[in-house]
Design a binder for this molecule. Structure first.
Ligand SMILES: Nc1ncnc2c1ncn2[C@@H]1O[C@H](COP(=O)(O)OP(=O)(O)O)[C@@H](O)[C@H]1O
Ligand SMILES: [Mg+2]
Length: 313
C-alpha cells in the first residue's frame, strides 16, 4: 500500500468507548471522516467531546474500540507529524518569544513548514517577538494553532479553540483558520457554539452524553438544533400529514403528541398557520425556540439509557 492511499483512508473511529469510574464519557462511537473535511464536534459540556479528541490523539486509552488516523494508530500518526493537536488546556512555554517557541516545535519534526509562513498564516507575525507571557487570549490561541500547524499535519484537531475569546476574537480566529482549511487540511474542532460550528464546518457531529445523536451538513443540524419546535396534541392524525405541512423540517409523534421542528421563526410561523387552519382540532399548541440543550433532549429522547437520534420517517 502506498503512502498516498493510506492518507486517503482518513479518520476511522470504531466502537470507541471510555468510562471514568462509573461515568460513561464516550459510549461506542463510530465515525468516518474523509481527508479535507472540516468537522465540528458540537455538544454541551460533558458530552464527551474532549474525551473523544484525547483518544483520537492517543492521549487517552479507550476502554474498547479503535482509532485509525490515515491508516495508522494515533501515536504513529502523531510521531510522523500527520496530526497537530490543540488541547483545551495547557499553557505555552513561558521563557521564549512566540517565534522562538514555534521554531523550537518545528525542529521536532522531519519536514516542518517555514516558521515565518506559519506565523503569517495564523496571524501571529505582528507579535512574533513578544514573550509568550505577554499575549492576549486571542494571541495565545493563535500561537497554539501555530504550534499545532508547524509540523504541516494532514489533520488538525482543536478542542474548543475559541473558548477563552470574546466575539471579536472568535471571528479573527476563524478568519485565520479559513486560510488553513483552504490548504486542504482535515480539521476537527470541538465547540459548544452552534453558530461557530455552522459558520466554519462542512459537517456537524452532534454529541450528547457520550453518543453521536446527529451527523450531517450544518443546514440539517441547524434544522434540528437552531430552529423552533411546535408541539401539539392532535388525535387521529397521521405523522406524514404533519410532516408535509409547509415550514416543517421534521415531525415526530408520541401517541397523540406531535413535535414539529422548523429551521427558523419564519418557517415556524408558516407551519403554525397551516397547522391551525388545516387541523382545527389541534390542542395545547406550544411554540418554542429550540436551544442547544432543548434540542439535545429532543434528539436523545426521554429514556436516559437510550440515546438514539430520532427524525421523521
Ligand atoms: N479525567 C476525568 N476523570 C473523571 N471524569 C472525567 C474525566 N474527563 C472527563 N470526565 C467526565 O466524562 C464526561 C465527558 O467529559 P468531556 O469529554 O470532557 O466532555 P466535553 O469535552 O464534551 O465537555 C463528563 O461527565 C466528565 O465529567
Ligand atoms: Mg471539552
Amino acid at each position: 500500500m502506498t503512502f498516498v492511499s493510506e492518507h486517503a483512508q482518513g479518520i476511522e473511529l470504531r466502537g470507541l468507548t471510555k468510562s471514568y469510574g462509573d461515568v460513561p464519557a464516550v459510549r461506542s462511537i463510530d465515525l468516518s471522516i474523509a481527508p479535507g473535511e472540516t468537522v465540528a464536534l458540537l455538544g454541551p459540556n460533558g458530552a464527551g467531546k474532549s474525551t473523544t479528541i484525547d483518544m483520537m490523539l492517543g492521549l487517552t486509552r479507550p476502554d474498547s474500540g479503535t482509532v485509525s488516523l490515515f491508516g495508522s494508530t494515533p501515536s504513529h500518526a502523531v510521531d510522523a507529524g500527520l496530526v497537530g493537536g490543540m488541547l483545551q488546556t495547557g499553557s505555552l512555554l513561558d521563557y521564549l518569544s512566540v517565534r522562538e517557541l514555534v521554531t523550537m516545535v518545528a525542529s521536532l519534526y522531519p519536514d516542518p513548514l517555514k516558521v515565518e509562513d506559519v506565523l503569517e498564516l495564523t496571524g501571529a507575525s505582528d507579535f512574533a517577538s513578544r514573550r509568550t507571557t505577554k499575549l492576549s487570549g486571542g494571541q495565545t490561541q493563535r500561537v497554539r494553532v501555530a504550534i499545532a500547524l508547524v509540523a504541516d499535519p494532514e489533520l488538525l484537531v482543536l478542542d474548543e479553540p475559541t473558548a477563552a475569546l470574546d466575539v471579536e476574537g472568535r471571528r479573527d480566529f476563524w478568519n485565520s483558520m479559513r486560510a488553513v482549511a483552504a490548504r486542504g487540511k482535515t480539521i476537527i474542532f470541538a465547540t459548544h457554539y452552534l453558530e461557530e460550528a455552522d459558520a466554519f464546518a462542512d459537517r456537524i457531529i452532534l454529541m450528547a452524553r457520550g453518543r453521536i445523536v446527529a451527523d450531517g451538513p450544518p443546514t440539517e443540524i441547524k434544522a434540528k438544533v437552531g430552529g423552533r419546535t411546535i408541539r401539539t396534541t392532535l388525535p387521529e392524525v397521521a405523522l406524514a400529514d404533519l410532516s408535509a405541512l409547509p415550514g416543517v423540517a421534521t415531525a415526530e409523534q408520541r401517541g397523540d403528541a406531535f413535535t414539529l421542528t422548523c429551521v427558523d421563526s419564519a418557517s415556524s410561523d408558516l407551519a403554525l398557520r397551516s397547522l391551525l387552519s388545516g387541523f382545527p382540532a389541534a390542542r395545547d399548541v406550544e411554540v418554542r425556540g429550540a436551544g442547544l440543550e432543548e434540542a439535545f433532549l429532543n434528539l436523545t429522547g426521554d429514556d436516559p439509557d437510550d440515546f438514539t437520534a430520532t427524525s421523521a420517517p
